[in-house]
Design a protein around this ligand. Sequence first.
Ligand code: 5GP
Length: 117
Amino acid sequence: MSDKTLFQKIMDREIPASIVYEDAECVAFNDITPQAPVHILIVPRKPIPRVGDAVAEDQGQLGALLLAAGKIAEQLGVKERSKGFRLVINQGVDAGETVPHLHVHLLAGRALAWPPG
Ligand code: 5GP
């Protein structure tokens, strides 16, 4: 039985997803249950379970997620200040984490309430 994470299977094209960006460190695709008109998941190729499990050697992957977010926001036309986007990382039960492979949510395309629920 495969011990790949769900998101590794998406990266390896074993499970279909709409991939919008990829580079040497990460892959980004549309969330299957979008919470905004733009809802992208940006995932490191390395299956770090969650942000609190990252170690010093993961610094490059962690930085790559944020750099990718800026590029994707530009690609999707939401980078300018008059629009904008939000990045979210959920860790653990209280935050609603459901997939144990680190991912950054990029949400945009509507006004996003603050504070979040
Ligand atoms: P979390 O709740 O762990 O922060 O986020 C997991 C996200 O993965 C959720 O927003 C959920 O909709 C998304 N997701 C779960 N399964 C799939 C899938 O098979 N394909 C895609 N594209 N997204 C998924």
